[in-house]
Design a protein around this ligand. Structure first.
Ligand SMILES: Cc1ncc(COP(=O)(O)O)c(C=O)c1O
Length: 393
């Protein structure tokens, strides 16, 4: 079956990055890639910090952080007064869990598409407080309406203290109808944390339009920010109840300063995040989104064809700008987390291709991303090498 053509390349975009040209970087989703302009901005800030550390920390840093926060909130369509900078989605989620005041008999509800590290964090908070973690099963092929129905039926009002739902899932690269889910949970008085780790830069929905009680998103993935840049957005009723993981000097300043000031730390990633957004905007945000989603779809088809997967069996992520796509691996491969990690390393070493291998529901998946620095030939090369490598078990 013929594969639809790849999107027009964004000429010269690869030159904005310092990626090793000998490697196909097809996994932007895991740790992102920082454009040189943002790397340089961060280095200049570090130079300034090292030239006079006292001056850097005591004169104007708090204002610079506030300015950055407002800039990022504006880009995301979030209320700047409800936005706090944090280091990553995992930390933002942990801040929420330990601020809930969970007790014995309470539960935190998630789906089985949730991120593993976040699930660990929930389980630890449940062990500490006597609450329980309950997981809803959501079939990969469930329609948006079915997902909302599963959530509706799964809520236990009065007992479910928090529902955690991913905007775009990691292991299954699936867009969830988060605004509708927030609506249903709200009807039952259940607060929702939207784990939007992949949303900033990739997905157009504004944070405000989703209406969640808590929303956490990484700028260091699709927003091109230096690593260690994320935001936690909190609805008005919760702002006074949110506590930082580490208490420091701004504790009495309330939200968001008490969350942001995390003692002596390197704040330069946050301050250079606008330079990453500058790179994204200079390429054209809509253009980048369309390109990346189109290229990921192309890669999915090319590699899927090579593995003999019929197009109908290639999961559709559910949104026109989703730049991560799954291909099912042959049965028996990557059925555990360790197996997935080992296969991912083998593909990197043998085929010089960085991909994500995920495991979900007892089977292994290849997850491919599209990004402005990728070319169709990179997926085509992977398609040539992968069947042979997978055949050598
Ligand atoms: C859905 C989801 N949540 C949370 C995270 C964790 O992000 P971080 O490592 O930046 O905390 C990821 C990372 O890929 C993710 O996909």
């Amino acid at each position: 079956m013929s594969v639809p053509p790849p999107p027009e390349p964004i000429t010269g975009a690869r030159l904005l990055f310092s990626l090793d040209p000998a490697v196909s970087h097809l996994n932007h989703g895991s740790f992102g890639a920082v454009p040189v302009v943002a790397q340089r901005a961060q280095q200049r800030l570090r130079d300034e910090m090292e030239a006079d550390p006292l001056r850097f920390f005591t004169q104007g840093l708090v204002d610079r952080i506030a300015h950055t926060r407002r800039h990022l909130a504006g880009f995301l369509g979030a209320d700047p007064d409800g936005t706090a900078l944090t280091t990553n989605a995992t930390t933002g989620a942990a801040v929420v869990f330990q601020s809930l005041g969970l007790r014995t008999g309470d539960e935190v509800l998630t789906t089985d598409h949730g991120y593993g590290a976040v699930a660990h964090s929930i389980r630890r908070e449940c062990r500490r407080t006597g609450a329980t973690h309950r997981v809803l099963r959501v079939p990969l092929t469930a329609t948006d309406e079915e997902v909302v129905q599963i959530v509706r039926e799964g809520l236990r009002p009065g007992r479910t203290r928090l529902l955690v739902v991913d905007q775009l899932t990691s292991a299954t690269a699936r867009l969830f109808p988060v605004a509708a889910i927030v609506g249903v949970a709200g009807e039952h008085g259940v607060p929702v944390l939207v784990d939007a780790a992949h949303a900033p830069g990739m997905l157009p929905a504004s944070v405000h339009s989703i209406g969640a009680d808590f929303w956490v998103g990484n700028l260091h993935k699709w927003g091109y920010a230096p690593r260690g840049t994320a935001v936690l957005v909190v609805a008005v009723p919760w702002r006074d109840r949110i506590e930082p993981l580490v208490v420091s000097w701004e504790q009495d300043s309330g939200f968001p300063a008490r969350l942001e000031w995390q003692a002596t730390s390197d704040y330069t990633a946050w301050l250079s995040a606008p330079a990453g957004l500058y790179a994204l905007r200079s390429l054209g945000v809509e253009r980048v989104r369309a390109h990346n989603a189109g290229l990921a779809a192309y890669g999915q088809r090319v590699v899927g064809d090579a593995l003999g997967v019929p197009p109908a069996d290639l999961p559709d992520p559910g949104g026109p700008t989703v730049a991560m796509r799954l291909i099912p691996l042959p049965a028996g491969l990557a059925t555990t987390l360790d197996g997935a990690r080992a296969l991912q390393t083998r593909i990197a070493e043998r085929l010089a291709a960085q991909v994500a291998v995920t495991t979900w529901d007892g089977r292994g998946w290849l997850r491919l991303c599209g990004q402005v620095y990728n070319a169709p030939e990179e997926y085509e090369r992977l398609a040539v090498g992968l069947p042979g490598l997978l055949a050598q078990r």
